[in-house]
Design a protein. Structure first.
Length: 137
């Protein structure tokens, strides 16, 4: 699978792929992080195949998660979000959380231009709302 090879550029994604390959339950947030990053490199069928290797994720559950992420067009999570989500479940999504460069998908991959545009638009809107709130609007 060439897409899986591409994902191995990142230690966290390699960790998730390995856990899935071994049939481990990577938890809801582990599956979410996997889909959020891998969907830019894998087809829906490939994502489904990988997710169903998780003993707690059947095909229906996998397809629902993928559809939700695609419908809402979620961006890959920031490192801080991955660390926060990891604390909400048993499976360690980030294999090396003490390394400040670990679990940063934006450092490992070149995502489509639209991802960075969407992030810029979000930050701009957030800043505008913050200014409005400070001005009492």
């Amino acid at each position: 699978m060439p897409a899986a090879k591409e994902l191995q550029k990142d230690a966290m994604m390699t960790h998730l792929l390995s856990a899935l390959e071994n049939g481990k339950d990577i938890g809801h947030y582990g599956r979410l992080v996997f889909v959020l990053g891998a969907r830019h490199f894998m087809s829906t069928e490939e994502l489904t195949k990988w997710l169903t290797k998780d003993k707690d994720c059947d095909e229906e559950k996998a397809r629902q998660l993928i559809a939700q992420v695609e419908q809402r067009n979620y961006n890959p999570p920031r490192r801080e979000t991955v660390i926060e989500w990891m604390q909400r479940q048993g499976f360690p999504i980030c294999p090396n959380p003490d390394d400040p460069d670990a679990c940063n998908l934006y450092k490992s991959f070149e995502f489509p231009h639209e991802i960075y545009e969407h992030i810029g638009d979000y930050r701009e809107q957030k800043a505008q709302r913050g200014n409005s709130a400070t001005l009492g609007m």
